[in-house]
Design a protein around this ligand. Structure first.
Ligand SMILES: C[S@@+](CC[C@H](N)C(=O)[O-])C[C@H]1O[C@@H](n2cnc3c(N)ncnc32)[C@H](O)[C@@H]1O
Length: 259
């Protein structure tokens, strides 16, 4: 994972108050700059005031937008989301999303009434998510959904060990496949930033300790099982598969492996 101070470009007359600037610098480890970087990835507010990830010299950007676009369409149309089946949202409403990323899966779960605590280890991605969440809270249509989503400091994931949740959801990065549609191009910026997953086993072990009912893992349809663990249930779609595990069985498997 490429963590280093990502630059946040702000014009000299940006109008942000000191508390907001402090949060960007301290919490999200961003370096404020007043000229647009000539190379690499950087953050900037786009024309619609959304905090966005840009690549110097390239077109397009990535931001978290729960209010318009694809997620808004899914919110309004709803429908048989495979993820809802895998999590079993009718029975399980308390969720930890331990790899929250841009929050799309968390938003879908929250749209189904779940309360989702989101953890994102990359501070720049967490900054994008915090910005998108705030805008969703400020918007009437998405306020109630966003109010069920909480972005947690990473350190709380360990501290939350005494505080079980029904489901832990995992969607670690998997190796990038061929970039098909142009819309995927921007997502290459995101991949460059966070890199591939380097801690699959650690994530699975932590999830097995925290979850009471299920651990759910998102994978490419034909992808390998995370940490080589065979799931108890599988839910396959056109390109994605959700593997569901009974946490106790996972814990037993891990303790056998360490004997
Ligand atoms: C594929 S993205 C998740 C996308 C997300 N499900 C969504 O709907 O937007 C994976 C994210 O998990 C994060 N991540 C990977 N390993 C992690 C770990 N061990 N702990 C916390 N976050 C992790 C990465 O920084 C990345 O943002």
């Amino acid at each position: 994972m490429a963590v280093g101070n990502t630059s946040l470009y702000l014009p000299s007359s940006h109008g942000l108050d000191t508390a907001v600037l402090d949060a960007y610098q301290q919490q999200f480890q961003l370096s404020i700059v007043h000229t647009i970087p000539e190379q690499g990835l950087y953050l900037q507010f786009d024309a619609e005031q959304r905090l966005s990830l840009f690549q110097a010299g390239s077109k397009g950007s990535v931001c978290v937008d729960f209010v318009s676009g694809r997620l808004d369409y899914r919110r309004q149309k709803g429908g048989g989301e495979l993820i809802a089946k895998a999590v079993n949202t009718k029975a399980h409403q308390s969720i930890i999303d331990a790899t929250a990323g841009l929050g799309r899966d968390s938003f879908i779960l929250a749209s189904q009434g779940c309360h989702v605590r989101m953890f994102e280890r990359h501070p720049t991605v967490a900054a994008l998510l915090a910005d998108g969440l705030q805008r969703a809270l400020n918007h009437t249509e998405t306020h109630d959904i966003a109010a069920r989503m909480t972005l947690m400091p990473m350190s709380f994931l360990q501290a939350a060990l005494d505080d079980k949740v029904q489901v832990v959801y995992l969607d670690p990065m998997y190796p990038q496949r061929q970039k098909s549609a142009a819309v995927k191009k921007e997502m290459a910026y995101f991949h460059d930033l966070v890199g591939e997953s380097d801690d699959d086993l650690g994530l699975m072990q932590q999830a097995a300790r925290l979850a009471e009912k299920r651990v759910v893992v998102k994978r490419p349809r034909l992808g390998e099982f995370l940490a080589a663990q065979n799931p108890d249930y599988q839910y396959s779609g056109k390109s994605t598969r959700f593997d569901a595990y009974i946490p106790q069985k996972l814990q037993d498997a891990f303790s056998k492996e360490t004997l």
